[in-house]
Design a protein around this ligand. Structure first.
Ligand SMILES: C[S@@+](CC[C@H](N)C(=O)[O-])C[C@H]1O[C@@H](n2cnc3c(N)ncnc32)[C@H](O)[C@@H]1O
Length: 213
């Protein structure tokens, strides 16, 4: 495998020296898109938040800033991502407002029905089965809890389709595929917004409250 291919494959599970470089790049490279995604969180005041596939931890940090009363749990299956996200959020961890744990979204070992908001930035491309993983997210959300997905790709743009060919296990999902997997996993309301001049998408889904909403 050439160095370029090895490097871009670090997006799926950062490891070693190349993974460390990739994590630094992710924190800065995804910032604008992640901030646009976070701007969709308007009418909610979550107290318990989980950021899934947290990478270098910058987005968990932004959620902590936006919601000063909240606690954020950051999860990633890469030990290196966990290490980096801990370092990035060390002050918030010391203040008892953040914890970072190694875990796989296809088998979440978090308490059921305990989060108001789950977020997933630039990560669902690598999740092993959307319905299976979205069902895990639904399981840990409180009734009426929100799940926000934010992707640089709407599943149709040429650049991301090129990456799909060189990154093992990557899949660019279309909005239709994401929305139908969310509904199958138990989310009742699903809304997608497209960025004006880029293929970025933010999908906001709500778990049913059990009262027909
Ligand atoms: C492209 S990076 C995005 C990181 C961060 N969310 C951001 O926006 O900068 C994808 C991250 O998802 C993580 N990831 C991929 N599949 C995962 C899984 N099944 N469970 C947990 N984390 C996963 C990877 O280890 C990696 O840190």
């Amino acid at each position: 495998m050439g160095v370029y291919k090895k490097f871009v494959n670090q997006t799926r599970k950062p490891e070693g020296f190349l993974g460390k470089m990739m994590l630094k790049g992710m924190n800065s490279g995804h910032a604008k898109m992640a901030d646009w995604g976070i701007s969709h969180l308007k009418k909610i005041e979550p107290l318990d938040i989980v950021d899934l596939g947290c990478g270098g931890g910058r987005n968990a940090g932004e959620l902590l800033k936006k919601y000063p009363a909240a606690h954020v749990t950051a999860i990633d299956h890469s030990g290196l991502s966990v290490e980096n996200a801990k370092e990035y959020n060390q002050e918030m961890i010391a203040a008892g407002r953040c914890n970072v744990q190694q875990g796989d979204v296809s088998a979440l070992e978090l308490e059921e029905e305990s989060y108001d908001l789950a977020t997933a930035f630039e990560t669902i491309y690598f999740w092993p089965g959307l319905v299976r993983c979205f069902s895990q997210v639904a399981k840990i959300l409180k009734p009426g809890g929100y799940f926000m997905i934010c992707n640089e790709s709407d599943g149709t743009d040429a650049v991301s389709l090129k990456y799909e060919k060189i990154i093992d296990g990557m899949k660019n999902h279309t909005v239709d595929e994401i929305e139908s997997a969310l509904k199958e996993a138990g989310f009742s309301k699903v809304k997608t917004d497209h960025y004006t001049n880029k293929p970025w998408i933010t999908v906001l889904a709500r778990k049913g409250t059990g009262n027909g909403e």
